[in-house]
Write a protein that binds this ligand. Structure first.
Ligand SMILES: *Cc1c(COP(=O)(O)O)cnc(C)c1O
Length: 462
């Protein structure tokens, strides 16, 4: 039997999109114009774009062929039924409500399940998930393991729910005030860290005994399934597809952003097991998204997502997807750059607090580091620290999470190993010049999800 030495992409390239390097002077003007916020840069001014893995996927020739099969009927499009089949087959939820993207599903779910004054626990917050919970009148509680807040901890399942924290919350507020727990797989803001299947099962057992629903944020559940296959005792002989199904069996419902795991540029869904909840969701989807058989998507988008779901669980795909992320992460570790350990599934997270040790948290070291990386190299990354965490809705104070990170997010099937080498060199250069990076302060601060549109200036200028 031949033994493969390393992974390689299970595809070859059919279409290319040119990218262009800018000059240092151009980048200086661009980042200033963007208010030192990488979200406000024009994509044409970016060389290698690691802002996000959301909707930035390269679709396969099959998905593009599927786009031509778009049935744009207002009601009952055949593509809706193809998507429903794929979700039932791979995620196991009998009721499917399509939405334009993940937050559309979060919006519907929060409105259906939350009564003002409720409490919603979760394994670390996610920006849009928490904002929808709060807008519906709930208070979010982080019940993730302590290790998740420590960028140096090598715990293999930092996404796990701490059942003692969950139990303490339920005892304090009462189970009837906790409509559901939101469990994310993998945990984006902890660094793409997975949850164990055994942990999900314990959470489900605990919650179901108290009539608390379990809602899975399935956005990167396929990536999570790969980590379970690789790391969880007894799981190695199971396929990624089989593990995904076992994970979903623990949940009463799921919100999904197809823009991540499912290899499309737009799309999402809400999956449910309960017929009456699905009915309530369908009543709302027509108000906020579109008819229940398209939910804000074109027929062709649903077809591409149905095909993408099937491709996403192929072993060769997921091994090379995470293999590329780990290739970049290992090169950065070898270069001595502090990154979140262990390496996650969709991104490498730079530990900005450990890199810019002299900048106080009020000067947003991660925001400053992301801006400096762009300035140095044209590589675009994203802040995941105090700016993303926003302000406490009750006190109005800045929230300072333990993790102050810059996320280098790898789009699926888009960049090559040579691009990852250039990114490594770029980050290493900024790391060497870290003493020169200036802190930032707000010049404009939006009220919700401020990280998307905030503007800054360097401290010391005005
Ligand atoms: C992206 C994301 C969402 C929201 O999905 P959108 O498609 O961006 O609306 C929810 N949860 C997690 C973990 C995500 O990464």
């Amino acid at each position: 039997m031949t033994h493969r030495r390393s992974w390689a992409e299970p595809w070859k390239i059919k279409v290319v999109e040119p990218i262009r390097m800018t000059t240092a002077a151009e980048r200086e003007a661009h980042i200033r114009e963007a208010g030192y916020n990488t979200f406000l840069l024009r994509s044409a001014d970016v060389y290698i774009d690691l802002l996000t893995d959301s909707g930035t996927n390269a679709m396969s020739d099959r998905q593009w062929a599927g786009m031509m099969l778009g049935d744009e009927a207002y009601a009952g499009s055949r593509n809706y039924y193809a998507l429903e089949d794929a979700v039932r087959e791979f995620y196991g939820f009998p009721y499917l409500i399509p939405t334009h993207q993940g937050r559309g599903a979060e919006h519907l779910l929060s409105k259906i399940l939350i009564t003002p004054g409720d409490h919603v626990p979760g394994n670390m917050y996610f920006t849009t998930t928490r904002v929808h919970q709060e807008l519906a009148g709930a208070t979010f509680h982080d019940v993730i393991l302590d290790e998740a807040h420590d960028p140096a901890s090598e715990h293999p399942f930092k996404g796990d729910v701490d059942l003692d924290k969950l139990d303490a919350l339920v005892r304090e507020v009462g189970a009837e005030q906790v409509p559901y727990i939101s469990v994310a797989a993998t945990v984006n803001l902890a660094g793409g860290q997975p949850v164990q299947l055994s942990n999900l099962r314990r959470v489900a057992e605990y919650c179901h005994a108290r009539k608390i629903r379990v809602i899975l944020d399935a956005t990167r559940a396929v990536e999570n399934a790969w980590f379970i296959q690789q790391r969880e005792p007894g799981m190695h002989q199971h396929s990624v597809a089989a593990i995904l199904k076992l994970m979903c069996e623990c949940a009463d419902g799921a919100t999904m952003s197809g823009k991540k795991d499912s290899l499309v540029n737009i799309g999402g869904w809400l999956g449910l097991r309960d017929a009456s909840l699905a009915e309530a969701a369908r009543e709302l989807v027509v108000v906020f998204e579109g008819l229940h058989t398209y939910g804000g998507l074109a027929g062709r988008d649903m077809e591409a997502m149905a095909i993408g779901i099937r491709e996403s669980v192929e072993e060769s795909h997921i091994a090379s997807r995470i293999g590329q992320v780990h290739y970049l992460g290992q090169r950065l570790i070898d270069a001595g750059v502090p990154v979140v350990r262990p390496l996650g599934g969709h991104a490498v997270f730079l530990d900005a607090a450990a890199i810019l040790t002299r900048l106080p948290r009020e000067q947003f070291p991660a925001q400053a580091l992301a801006a400096a990386l762009y300035l140095e190299s044209g590589v675009r990354a994203m802040e995941r620290g105090a700016v993303s965490a926003g302000r406490d809705p009750k006190t109005g104070e800045n929230r300072y999470p333990a993790l102050e990170l810059v996320r280098l997010t790898i789009p699926r099937r888009v960049y090559t190993q040579a691009h990852m080498d250039v990114v490594t060199e770029s980050v290493a250069e900024v790391f060497a010049l870290r003493a020169r990076v200036q802190g930032l302060r707000f010049t404009y601060e939006p009220n919700v999800l401020r990280f998307f549109q905030a503007r800054f200036e360097p401290v010391g200028e005005s």
